[in-house]
Design a binder for this molecule. Sequence first.
Ligand SMILES: [Fe+2]
Ligand SMILES: [Fe+2]
Length: 271
Amino acid sequence: MTHWTPDDIPWAEFRPDRLTPDLLKVVKAASMVERNAGDYTAYLIKVFRDDPTFRQIVVDWRAEEVQHGDVLGRYAELADPAFSFKDRFQRFVDGYKVPIDLEKSVRGSLTGELLARCIVETGTSSFYSAMRDATDEPVLKAICHRIAGDEFRHYKTFYDFMKRYIEREGVSVFRRALVAVGRIRETDDDELAYAYHAANDTADTPYDHARCNREYALRAWSLYRPQHTERAVNMVLKVIGIDTQGWIAGRAKSFAWKKMRTRAEALRRAA
Ligand SMILES: [Fe+2]
Ligand SMILES: [Fe+2]
């Protein structure tokens, strides 16, 4: 069951003059990744085969992620009538595969798996909050507001389950930090870059990971303001088990913001 439906979005209030082409490209790429999250469900259900409560949560989570993709896809079609969400999404799934055949968590433990999910939800919640705050196009703002709410709730759900598994598995703060850093690094992997390609490139443009990664990051990162980065850092520290008010947290927040700025600046120069 989802907490809202596409009927809650004020579609008729769309103001095309308030939507930039760059932002639309980001929306199109996001619609691919969100719609595909369902694929990850099969993997999670296998990995958590002994936890029926969590498996039900995964089923509900899937419905919400699929709805995110469908609503963003519908928005992209509204803004660009030449965009076919169905065809573009097909192109995405033909070229990008989530590793769903695995029987065991790729994170080394179920705690690690839940922690990695928390990192993903940290990324999505901050991304949709940043997009909501960056745009004054009313329909996109309304969509981002609802999706961001879902993503924060997903984070909370995975975090609560992770705490139970920490008790069972005894995964140390150090190991949790390794999983967190590993998952954050994967942000540069193929998923977002390929989504950008499938959603935005013409059919005869070859996939170029570095180019697509750069083009996506250039547009997505410029949406962020310090408050979005700070909240994301707090969420990451919390799952690792580090005090969000302490010295490490202060350093991590200024490091994250600086790193984001310098990378965004380097991307802008390269473009
Ligand atoms: Fe989502
Ligand atoms: Fe989510």
